[in-house]
Design a protein around this ligand. Structure first.
Ligand code: ADP
Length: 333
């Protein structure tokens, strides 16, 4: 399995505003040899939250400890992690919203006062002792910030919301990653893969991984050389994966067809639509829906998801499904 992770901020493509701001903080912390401020990254899985945390640690030459909300399910486990930290360490907690409430509460004093309050004994005889912690940085990541307690959210000095990437940004990531993995891919082909990546670098990397396997299998060459992906080979790859000229995959088409066939074009609730299309509601909401909305094929209304006029036209073009004239007025905006 091949991996790719940018190590420095300059190598990180996209999210310009976040990069610019982080660059200022990194320089200033470096200059003062200070502790990096507690930072909260919000965004869908695969957008680069862990990568940014690694970059901050790398640029500052600080140790990074990586853990996640589901692992820190007991206050004792969290206390052990916190007491093992050293001055300047960066603690990255992925899916921080999945920490139970008592664990989130422990972080209040840990972040603000670098202290850990431990309760010994129960009831009236119980007493609290305070343990000093080394000064550290907490980087929390989540796609569900509302599930974090408000006082925890408030204790992050920096909050960044990562956006889905533009096709051109993903194209550049794809070209860079391909090169890294020994593939030379044309700009146009990279853009086609980018369109099928749903605005998410992890999806883009997965597609490049599959392309690499495909090319290596067909070439019979050792995987050490830089292999050029010809236009014809790339088109065969797209055909194999059934990715169309819109960048839509069979799963995307299934979502649209389900919305049309099972729900008469909507409106329909998230869970019903996702389950009918054999996708988990979370996957639908995070991966498929944002891309279909960006393409203008579906829309979110107060009453649920609907197929747009463009969505109907897409289905007509692909599956010769009759376009419903009576719905036109609904979607003419
Ligand atoms: P998250 O923590 O948000 O789930 P990751 O940081 O694990 O996402 O990123 C997923 C994959 O995508 C990693 O392999 C990472 O190297 C790559 N990646 C993410 N963002 C970028 C980017 N802006 N440029 C290049 N690669 C990226």
């Amino acid at each position: 399995m091949v991996y790719y992770r940018p190590c420095v901020l300059d190598e990180f493509i996209g999210q310009k505003r976040i990069k610019d701001e982080l660059s200022v903080y990194i320089s200033s912390v470096k200059k003062r040899n200070d502790i990096f401020p507690h930072t909260f990254f919000i965004g869908a899985p695969g957008l680069g939250k862990t990568t940014l945390a690694r970059i901050i640690a790398y640029e500052l030459k600080r140790d990074l400890k990586i853990t996640s909300g589901p692992i820190l399910d007991k206050t004792g486990t969290l206390a052990a992690v916190l007491t093992n930290l050293k001055e300047g360490n960066i603690l990255f907690i992925d899916e921080i919203h999945r920490m139970p409430k008592p664990c989130q509460e422990i972080l209040y004093t840990a972040m603000e006062d670098f202290a850990l309050d431990i309760v010994i004994g129960k009831g009236n005889t119980g007493k609290t002792i305070r343990l000093a912690l080394p000064k550290f940085t907490l980087i929390g990541a989540t796609n569900k910030p509302n599930l974090c307690l408000a006082p925890l959210r408030d204790r992050f000095q920096l909050t960044f919301k990562l956006n889905y990437y533009k096709d051109e940004e993903l194209r550049d990531i794809i070209i860079k990653v391909s090169k890294n993995w020994g593939l030379e891919i044309e700009k146009d082909s990279a853009l086609k893969l980018a369109r099928a990546s749903k605005g998410i670098p992890r999806q883009a990397l997965n597609l490049v991984r599959r392309l690499r396997e495909f090319v290596l299998l067909n070439s019979g060459e050792s995987d050490k050389r830089l292999l050029k992906v010809s236009f014809q080979e790339f088109e065969r790859f797209l055909k194999l994966l059934d990715i169309d000229e819109w960048g839509l995959t069979p799963e995307d088409r299934k979502c649209l067809l389900t919305l049309y066939k099972d729900f008469n074009g909507g409106p329909v609730g998230l869970t019903s639509l996702a389950l009918s299309a054999d996708i988990t509601p979370e996957e639908f909401e995070i991966i498929y829906e944002p891309a279909l909305i960006r393409l203008g094929l579906i829309a979110r209304t107060k009453r649920g998801r609907i197929l747009t006029q463009k969505g109907y036209l897409y289905l007509k073009e692909k599956f010769n499904i009759p376009y419903k004239e009576e719905t036109q007025c609904l979607f003419s905006s």
